[in-house]
Design a protein around this ligand. Structure first.
Ligand code: NAD
Ligand code: IPM
Ligand code: MN
Length: 365
């Protein structure tokens, strides 16, 4: 059987720095008899610099063919003034849309060694293990009409929040399925009190629950109250399902429960391909971190844990994924910290590359 194929798109800023550490982990698996066929290409500002577009058609076609895509991060101040249509972020959004990656799994887990470091009290976050399922291919990110138009001599910026029943149904099913494998509890978040799309969202999630998942405990919450509850007592949640924009906000918020945005991985999953594997892209939740790019300060753990999610969700290698997660847990327990995990503490941080090396060494243990 052919080796599993991976397309790596490091992107911009710290993207290539953290991806170099993932390559070490992939190479380690190769050395242990689990080789991957890895190819690499450009996305975001890097692709714009080379080709004048944040994603070429050729790269898009490759992404459709491989078993899984790993993406670092895109964007940066260098590209802030580009036309909207060629901004680095458009490359990422095109990948998500054309691969139809509608279910974005963003787990927030607080490693014991970091429980002291969260900006919340230790007992609020210790042992935290929640999963945010963010709808990723619709909603206000993609709804029409959109644009900047002129009306009555002034400019108007327009975006449209739009969800079809089938879009809500499919992401709800993904979330219910995950809940069944975890704590059997799902909380759906929208703003049904002010948005028609929220009313439909709530109705459809409830119907899918009643008809197909009566065993899963389902609740609904307005997304603003959800943000409050996530900081008040996050351990009340197991799986959360929400739309594209609320999911973007709530997952950055959840990141800080775990200590750092540099810790949060994600899996963006679509429909099964002919080989039974889901269409998939794995990417850290964080961005290109222009403020620390090029300085060897980035935390590679979010990207390495994203590869662990690829092992679990694309390649059915749950034990290998557990191994990567255990290696991360070990280096954190040993006290290794990149700068984002130290805050104002006087201790010297380790570099991106040292953190990667330590994780690879822990894999072998
Ligand atoms: P960001 O996530 O890049 O950075 C926010 C803060 O978190 C910064 O202080 C940064 O230094 C820190 N941080 C992020 N990742 C880190 C890591 N791995 N290790 C240590 N510290 C880390 O968000 P931003 O500054 O709002 O956005 C910068 C650029 O990234 C923008 O162009 C934005 O559009 C883009 N972005 C891309 C993605 C993506 O590619 N998936 C996600 C978010 C933002
Ligand atoms: C994320 C990012 C992206 C989003 C941007 C860079 C397009 O913030 O992956 O969370 O808004 O979805
Ligand atoms: Mn985001």
């Amino acid at each position: 059987m052919a080796n599993p194929s991976l397309l790596i798109l490091p992107g911009d800023g710290i993207g290539p720095e953290v991806m170099a550490e993932v390559r070490k982990v992939i190479d380690w698996f190769g050395s242990q008899g689990t080789p991957f066929d890895v190819s690499e290409d450009l996305v975001g500002g890097a692709a714009y610099d080379a080709h004048g577009t944040p994603l070429t058609d050729a790269t898009m076609a490759k992404a459709q063919e491989v078993d899984a895509v790993l993406l670092g991060a895109v964007g940066g101040p260098k590209y802030d003034d580009l036309d909207f249509s060629v901004k680095p972020e458009r490359g990422l959004l095109r990948l998500r849309k054309e691969m139809d990656l509608f279910a974005n799994l963003r787990p927030a887990q607080c490693f014991d060694a970091l429980a002291d470091f969260s900006s919340l009290k230790k007992d609020v976050v210790a042992g935290l293990d929640i999963m945010i399922v963010r709808e990723l291919t619709s909603g206000v990110y993609f709804g029409e009409p959109r644009g900047i138009v002129t009306e009555n001599n002034e400019r108007v910026g327009i975006n449209t929040q739009r969800y079809t029943e089938s879009e809500i149904e499919r992401v709800a099913r993904s979330a219910f399925e995950l809940a069944r494998k975890r704590g059997n509890k799902l909380c759906s978040m929208e703003k049904a009190n002010v948005m028609e799309s929220g009313i439909l969202w709530r109705e459809v999630v409830q119907r899918v629950g009643d008809e197909e998942y009566p065993d899963v405990e389902l609740s609904h919450m307005y997304a603003d109250a959800g943000a409050m509850q996530l900081t008040r007592w996050p351990k009340q949640f197991d799986v959360i399902v929400t739309d594209n924009l609320f999911g973007d906000l709530l997952s950055d918020l959840a990141a800080m429960l775990t200590g750092s945005l540099g810790m949060l991985p994600s899996a963006s999953l679509g429909l099964p391909m002919a080989n039974g594997r889901p269409k998939a892209m794995y990417e850290p939740v964080h961005g290109s971190a222009p403020d620390i790019a090029g300085q060897g300060k980035a935390n590679p753990i979010a990207c390495i844990l994203s590869f662990a999610m690829a092992l679990r969700y694309s390649f059915d290698m749950g034990e290998a994924a557990d191994r990567v997660e255990a290696a991360v847990e070990k280096v954190l327990a040993d006290g290794l910290r990149t700068a984002d995990l130290l805050g104002e503490e006087g201790r010297a941080p380790v570099s991106t590359s040292d953190m990667g090396d330590a994780i690879v060494a822990a894999l072998a243990d």
